[in-house]
Design a protein around this ligand. Structure first.
Ligand SMILES: [Zn+2]
Length: 99
């Protein structure tokens, strides 16, 4: 095990990753209509959060998105045995940057 040198930038050699899977329903107690994984990662040494690259901000049923601050990946997923269109009827939103 190495000791971190406070005079050097953190090499980000280890990570704390949190994955939460949410069961989506149209209303409380209703049937499960989809699943969504929330994934965040931070350096285990210095605590710096990591940002996701290449995904729009938002929440969509058919493609991954991220939180507005880009630190949470929101990825739809389905059971391996389900039909390919499972969960695609869930409304969502995406935010596009205009430059
Ligand atoms: Zn670090």
């Amino acid at each position: 095990m190495t000791t971190a040198n406070p005079d050097l930038p953190c090499p980000h050699e280890g990570f704390d990753v949190l994955v939460e899977v949410t069961r989506l329903t149209a209303h409380d107690g209703g049937p499960v209509t989809g699943f969504s994984a929330s994934i965040t990662a931070a350096c285990a040494q210095c605590g710096e959060k990591f940002r996701w690259i290449g995904v729009p901000a938002g929440l969509l049923a058919n493609r991954p998105c991220c939180s507005v601050d880009e630190t949470e990946l929101r990825a739809p997923l389905r059971p391996a045995s389900s039909d390919p269109d499972f969960g695609l009827g869930i409304p969502g939103f995406a935010i596009r940057a205009v430059r």
